[in-house]
Design a protein around this ligand. Structure first.
Ligand code: 13P
Length: 288
């Protein structure tokens, strides 16, 4: 099935009280692992691409070519959206031109007026082309690929102002952080999430920083309107752990163990296991 935008999968998720995972990709192995896991578990999925990962993978057109090729060659029939993660205004336009089916414009570091202005322009472009658009209010804490957020709780009134512009999904800071959570993390602010959902109604809400959030908090967030959960660091950690083990066990020195197809295989399998675990937790299995 060709790429789809994220609108239908997220509308269904919000109505059915589950969440669709956005898993960030870094290379061919990552992409293949996520697509195969989605297909095997009959789950919709969103492939996330940060601007940094976009550069690393030789640009957005290369990524569109790789993903479209895989959808066909791997016979992927579940809904897949290719989504820019934390995009700048120019980055969003570049992805739209390259053939992404979905983009995020992260205007959370602008004043609310400027965030509204720029989001509005992108709503018009995405509407015309049938793409989905994610906007953000209240920055997500921590650092992801050079995008640093202070980590604040979004103002529910500002969330409503942005949601009313006609976006597809809304990311709002509720005490979540990219990367590993510190020991003294206060947890998600469910009061903020509840207030945001009350103001924004049917709008699918997005929870960034999915790595390391305890299962009970994930479930509660879904019950309060979160329909898309982003996971990046956790796949990187699983991949690194499995690869380290392979090398520490000296497997690259045995026979043809140095062949990249063998060397990267344990990390590939580890990503698949992490993605499956998240799909189970988010409730998206058999929801394709
Ligand atoms: P983690 O790296 O903490 O999983 O966050 C991913 C994310 O929010 C991508 O936007």
């Amino acid at each position: 099935m060709p790429l789809v935008n994220a609108k239908e999968m997220l509308t269904k998720a919000k109505a059915g009280q589950y969440a669709v995972g956005q898993f960030n990709i870094n290379n061919l192995e990552w992409t293949k692992a996520i697509l195969l896991t989605a297909q095997e578990n009959n789950s919709p999925v969103i492939l996330g691409v940060s601007e940094g990962a976009g550069k690393y993978m030789c640009g957005y057109k290369t990524i569109v070519g790789m993903v479209n090729g895989m959808l066909e060659e791997l016979n992927i029939t579940v809904p897949v959206a290719l989504h820019l993660d934390h995009g700048s205004y120019d980055g969003a336009k570049a992805c739209i031109e390259a053939g992404f089916s979905s983009v995020m414009f992260d205007g959370s570091h602008y004043s609310i007026e400027e965030n509204i202005e720029k989001t509005k322009e992108l709503v018009a472009i995405c509407d015309e082309l049938g793409l989905s658009l994610e906007a953000e209010v209240g920055s997500i804490g921590g650092e992801e690929d050079g995008v640093v957020g202070a980590g604040e709780c979004a103002d529910p009134d500002e969330c409503k102002m942005i949601a009313d512009l006609g976006i597809t999904m809304l990311a709002a800071g509720i005490g979540n952080i990219h990367g590993k959570y510190p020991e003294n993390w206060a947890g998600l602010s469910f009061d903020t999430l509840d207030a945001i959902q009350q103001k924004t109604g049917d709008m699918p809400l997005v929870l960034h920083g999915g790595t390391g959030i305890p299962a009970d908090m994930i479930k509660k967030a879904i019950s309060l309107g979160v329909s898309k959960i982003n996971v990046n660091t956790e796949c990187q950690l699983s991949f690194a752990d499995a690869t380290r083990k392979y090398i520490e066990d000296g497997k690259d020195l045995q026979g043809k163990g140095f062949d990249p197809r063998k060397l990267l295989a344990p990390g590939f399998e580890a990503i698949k296991a992490t993605v499956k675990e998240k799909m189970e937790l988010f409730g998206s299995i058999d929801k394709a």
